[in-house]
Design a protein around this ligand. Structure first.
Ligand code: ACM
Length: 637
């Protein structure tokens, strides 16, 4: 490449760091009328930039230099400040860049190579995973009761799957598909009835029993999802030996610890194709998750087709230099985007249902709405609003106005289609990270506050969310939202709260009578870096989450097991935010093996969980990940 950026930390203090950026012109040509554009997700103090003027929208920075000509074989240099904790990882640096020639006749763009940031003080420590021997039975999550019987069952070419309950049909179909794709094994349509699905009405909904003897396999449950869990356990027991595929004889009696065991995937920051989404959902079934939370809208992209408002995806699903929504996070000089049609969404929901997984959609409001606002500005933009704010992700124009009638028309249309499309009882409405300062200089918002006697602009958030809660109730749905959903104190206790900043919000909300789901960033956010080495990819706002830390997560550990508040904990969830995740390989690397550790936190009773024991099972489990082509982070290097 003819252009290169070197970027270095010049000085760092607790919350104020200074950086130097050098752009080299390695070509034989002088550049005139040029500007530099790059991706940096922290907010650069605009008045701190030496030798140029910077305009930043989200993570997209445009720098107009004071130096009109960038000479051939010369360079440009500037410095700036970011009010941030010290950088420790290369992921913290500039991600991509291009130089633009702003000639009157045509705009020309040249890619710029970016060398890794020169860090001032990367961490020296590294997390260590003890060497361990592989367990004999490598089940994750660990079943709550498992007895090893002597001998094993040989999967024979005459083996046949027999259903004694129609409720087992889909689970059996899934088992068959997975046996084929993982072990190239195909049971016979007619043969010995030695893999039997049988209803057992004594078992509760997600409970199952699995009995393997030398003669065959018995899978017992009382529900579809119970049969899926039994199948998942069976799939992890299969071993390839010289005599063929065998299953060790066992008796498993198992049930989940938490009723809700979820995984959230952000498909807004980067669009993930349907196949990638389904691949993940399939894997979730292997680990006995029962909920897939689909983050479908955000500032940087609207990913769900709304038939009555096609602008949302015509405009809001695409970003790029010449688009309504500029580049963010990656692909600086190219277009990025995509969305799911309602037909595709129906297929994903059906795919998940076969695997015992409920899909909860998230439409994130009233913050995180930049893509929607720019797509439907004639409806959603309060043109008289002079409020000044900056969201965590550096936007000053990403919040819906509770004072515009069209906001409610927009919400009605979207929620009606969403409620129709998703069978899930829960609809997630986000509600996170509405920035301070929003709405306060809007005459319309002021009038709405006066009308209702609201003292604090936060009450406007409650006003809007109460409307949404009622709307969803009228559609037969229950509103769920991030911990900020109860800000403004207006939503009812029917709303389920997902805590994410810490566990404290969950505790406070549970005390007030809300049902809660725990998703603390410090343990369950799998976009967080997994070790201390500077090349480790990921974000670090909540620290570093090595495998051991993720494994050790125990929801509200300090609340005694018999405390009534525990009844308010519906369960827990992991999350993958995708600002930095744009392909399968990076997704796998961030998810695995930590997702398996968190699956165990949701499923297995705490008394049975043990780090060393988990590692011994993980060791024998890794070949199954290899078989699926999962690019996990190797725990043992
Ligand atoms: C969140 O991480 N903003 C819920």
């Amino acid at each position: 490449m003819n252009y290169r950026i070197d970027f270095a930390v010049l000085s760092e203090q607790k919350n104020d760091c200074r950086f130097g950026l050098t752009l080299h012109n390695l070509s034989e040509q002088d550049l005139a009328d040029w500007s530099l554009h790059f991706i940096m997700d922290r907010f650069i103090q605009p008045d701190s930039v030496s030798n140029g003027e910077l305009h930043q929208v989200g993570s997209f920075c445009s720098l107009t230099p004071k130096q009109a000509v960038l000479p051939a074989n010369g360079h440009y240099y500037c410095e700036f400040r970011i009010k941030t904790a010290p950088f420790r990882f290369y992921s913290d640096g500039i991600k991509e860049a291009f130089v633009q020639l702003n000639h009157a006749e045509a705009t020309v763009r040249y890619d710029v190579a970016v060398t890794p940031i020169v860090l001032a003080s990367p961490y020296q420590e590294r997390s260590e995973i003890p060497q361990t021997l592989q367990a004999e039975l490598c089940l994750i999550p660990k079943p709550n009761r498992i007895e090893r019987l002597s001998g094993s069952y040989l999967l024979a070419t005459t083996s046949q799957i027999t259903l004694q309950s129609t409720q087992a049909e889909q689970a059996a179909m899934w088992l068959q598909q997975e046996l084929k794709s993982l072990y190239e094994f195909e049971p016979q349509p007619i043969g010995n009835a030695d893999i039997v699905y049988q209803i057992n009405p004594i078992l509760d909904e997600e409970h199952y029993q699995l009995t393997v003897t030398s003669h065959g396999v018995l899978l017992e449950a009382s529900s579809h999802v119970g049969f899926v869990h039994a199948s998942a356990t069976l799939l992890q027991l299969v071993q390839r030996t010289q005599s063929g595929l065998i299953i060790p004889c066992v008796k498993v009696t198992d049930a989940p610890r938490f009723k809700y065991r979820g995984m959230m995937l952000d498909c807004a920051r980067h669009f993930h194709p349907v196949e990638r989404v389904e691949r993940l959902i399939n894997q979730l079934a292997h680990y006995k998750f029962n909920t897939f939370h689909w983050h479908l809208t955000d500032d940087e992209g609207w990913r769900i087709e709304i038939k009555s408002l096609p602008q949302l995806t015509n405009i809001g699903a695409w970003r790029g230099v010449d688009k309504e929504i500029g580049p963010q996070f990656s692909t600086a000089a190219d277009q990025h985007g995509g969305y799911y049609t309602q037909e595709e969404i129906k297929r994903v929901i059906a795919f998940a249902q076969v695997r015992g997984i409920t899909v909860i959609p998230e439409i994130d409001i009233p913050g995180h709405c930049r893509a929607a606002i720019r797509s439907l500005s004639e409806w959603l933009l309060d043109t008289e609003d002079r409020s000044e704010y900056r969201s965590i992700q550096n936007y000053n124009d990403n919040v819906l106005s509770p004072a515009l009638p069209a906001t409610y028309r927009f919400l009605d249309l979207v929620l009606e289609e969403v409620a129709e499309l998703f069978p899930s009882q829960f609809i997630h409405i986000g509600a996170d990270e509405v920035p301070d300062g929003v709405w306060i200089n809007s005459p319309k918002c002021q009038a709405l506050m006066d009308e209702h006697g609201y003292q604090d602009a936060k009450e406007l958030q409650g006003h809007l969310l109460r409307y949404v809660e009622k709307k969803l109730r009228s559609l037969g749905k229950r509103m769920v939202g991030w911990e900020e959903a109860q800000h403004g104190n207006k939503v009812s206790k029917d709303t389920v709260i997902y805590s994410w900043l810490s566990e404290q919000a969950a505790l406070d909300c549970a005390k007030q009578g809300f049902d809660v789901i725990l998703q603390p960033g410090q343990y369950t956010y799998l976009d967080i870096v997994q070790d201390y080495a500077p090349e480790e990819p990921g974000v670090a706002w909540a620290g570093v989450t090595p495998l051991e830390r993720a494994y050790g997560y125990e929801p509200l550990a300090e609340v005694p097991a018999d405390h009534p508040i525990r009844k308010r904990i519906l369960g827990m969830q992991s999350a993958l935010w995708c600002e930095l995740i744009n392909d399968q390989s990076r997704m796998d690397y961030m998810l695995y093996p930590r997702l398996t550790a968190l699956a165990e936190a949701g499923w297995t009773q705490s008394a049975l969980r043990d780090w060393t024991d988990y590692l011994a099972r993980l060791k024998g489990h890794l070949p199954l990940l290899d078989k699926q082509g999962i690019h996990y982070r190797a725990p043992w290097k």
